[in-house]
Design a protein around this ligand. Structure first.
Ligand SMILES: C[S@@+](CC[C@H](N)C(=O)[O-])C[C@H]1O[C@@H](n2cnc3c(N)ncnc32)[C@H](O)[C@@H]1O
Length: 197
């Protein structure tokens, strides 16, 4: 079952973006989310799974959930060749670090598929923009957890690690939520506290 890639997934002209925006989320970013957000229900879908960086931690730390993993690339962790934007699967929660070029599409479609929460790791700058403002601030967005440090993403092709100087945040949408968006910091644990596995 190989879906056709979205045109926006092709490498952009002019600079060396990774094909399909494949960057690997470091474990600390996933653990930071699990410390502050609780998930309900039985299923979690990681629909842009890459090499399973998020999925494997979810499988380990949330053993009571069925973790469904898929990615548009055939070699993706779990089910390969699945274009998330062309699939409707009802699940309780969605957690992913999506291709940034399709962040809004992932948020909108994720919200259609999830019964409870959608958690997306996005650039903090996703909050900006006049075009998306009307949707964003009435979209069920409940919390934005801002990293108080810069997290480093490795390129999916194994080339030299990127020094990510971009501010990132976990954006949490919740079904049925109407109200103010809460913005809060993610604080890095002190060394020796043995939290960031
Ligand atoms: C930023 S990487 C993140 C990978 C993984 N979630 C992680 O956190 O390490 C984005 C991933 O989205 C996948 N992707 C891009 N477009 C997609 C689409 N339309 N449907 C599903 N996956 C897609 C890419 O192949 C890539 O693995």
């Amino acid at each position: 079952m190989v879906d056709k890639p979205h045109p926006a997934n092709y490498v952009g002209a002019g600079y060396d973006r990774q094909a399909y925006d494949f960057y690997i989320t470091p474990p600390e970013a996933v653990y930071a989310l699990l410390e502050v957000e609780k998930f309900e229900g039985k299923t979690i879908w990681e629909p842009a799974s890459g090499n399973g960086a998020i999925s494997k931690i979810l499988e380990k730390e949330l053993p009571d959930f069925e973790i469904i993993s898929s990615d548009i690339r055939p070699e993706g962790y779990g089910y390969g060749g699945v274009n998330f934007l062309a699939r409707h699967l009802e699940v309780d929660n969605i957690i992913t670090n999506p291709p940034y070029s399709l962040a809004e599409e992932f948020a909108r479609h994720g919200f259609e598929c999830a019964r409870h929460k959608v958690a997306l790791l996005l650039r903090l700058a996703f909050l900006e923009g006049q075009k998306r403002a009307t949707w964003l601030w009435n979209s069920g967005l409940r919390r934005v957890w801002i990293f108080t440090w810069r997290i480093k993403f490795e390129r999916g092709d194994g080339k030299q690690p990127e020094n990510n100087m971009i501010a990132m945040a976990w954006f949490i949408w919740e079904k049925g939520y109407k109200g103010d968006v809460i913005i809060a910091p993610l604080l890095k644990r002190k060394q020796g506290e043995n939290f960031w596995k």
